[in-house]
Write a protein that binds this ligand. Structure first.
Ligand code: IPE
Ligand code: IPE
Ligand code: MG
Length: 272
């Protein structure tokens, strides 16, 4: 077992989420409301990233994943795309040393092949420099798409099968090992700012049982108050993973159920 499986474990939702995944949306509208160019919202959005990283460090969140650029965002006007690329470079150049000092492991997931050489180089260097840090893993999803992720995992499984001359067992566990974020448990809490209530091709596989939280606040306005509201909402959720409330009410019920499923699937003991 690599990670918490949504079908077998019931993570505790009374405490802080272990993994928070955020679609940081609303930069353009934040700027337009102030009669500024859309890109001013992206610059301001970097400050909200700083605030969020500090909040997560303070509260003991182990994994923070930020959707910074989707595989569909190439469809935006060329100036905006190239501004975002320059901003990405500037952030990687400026911030990695500080992240490293704070014990953050940085991962960048997505199809990086479409980015320019400088970004690819900086991303690889940042990942290598911070690889051994254990306080928090910050993942930036860039040119990421949930469908891309599922397809690239499928391709790897097909390549493995072709090389071995045998398809083997294709189950959730094997599949997950090939996803771009195989190193992280599934998100406990998903937050989308900017008021839209959609997933926009973010972590499609991993969000299967994630608690969803949508806020009208634009990303540049994301602060401790909005963060606390999201956490408070999460704490009121009952994560049932297919079970009934009554089963959850008795710990023994969940453990027995979990153990039974584990035995059924030949997985042995399953720590959450
Ligand atoms: C999110 O803000 C940032 C990126 C997608 C890079 P938007 O740029 O989507 O802002 P709105 O949704 O147009 O306001
Ligand atoms: C989703 O935001 C992607 C990121 C925040 C990187 P968009 O603003 O691009 O999403 P849609 O197009 O409104 O769904
Ligand atoms: Mg948007």
């Amino acid at each position: 077992m690599t990670h918490t499986s949504s079908t077998l474990c019931v993570p505790d939702s009374t405490s802080i989420p272990r993994h928070i995944a955020i679609i940081l949306d609303g930069n353009g509208r934040w700027a337009q409301k102030r009669h500024l160019p859309r890109v001013a919202g992206h610059t301001k959005g970097v400050e909200a990233i700083h605030r969020t990283v500090s909040l997560c460090l303070d509260r003991g969140v182990e994994y923070l994943t930020l959707f910074a650029f989707s595989s569909e965002n190439w469809r935006r006007p060329e100036d905006e795309v190239s501004f975002l690329m320059r901003l990405f470079i500037a952030v990687l150049e400026r911030e990695v040393a500080k992240m490293h000092a704070n014990g953050i492991r940085l991962r960048i997931v997505g199809d990086l092949s479409r980015f320019n050489k400088r970004i690819i180089e900086l991303a690889a260097r940042a990942e290598a420099k911070t690889a051994k840090n254990t306080r928090m893993t910050l993942t930036i999803a860039a040119n990421y798409g949930g469908r891309w992720d599922i397809l690239q995992a499928t391709r790897k499984i097909a390549e493995e099968a072709a090389a071995r001359g045998d398809i083997g067992e294709i189950d959730e566990e094997r599949f997950e090992q090939h996803l771009a974020m195989a190193y992280a448990p599934e998100p406990d809490l998903f937050i989308r700012t900017g008021g839209e209530q959609r997933v926009s091709n973010f972590l499609l596989w991993q969000l299967a049982y994630t608690e969803l939280y949508f806020t009208p606040s634009f990303w540049p306005d994301f602060d401790e108050k909005v963060f606390n509201e999201a956490i408070a909402s999460f704490r009121h959720r009952e994560r049932r993973f297919g079970r009934t409330s009554a089963q959850l009410a008795s710990d023994g019920g969940v453990e027995a159920d979990t153990a039974a499923q584990a035995t059924e699937q030949g997985l042995g003991s399953l720590p959450c």
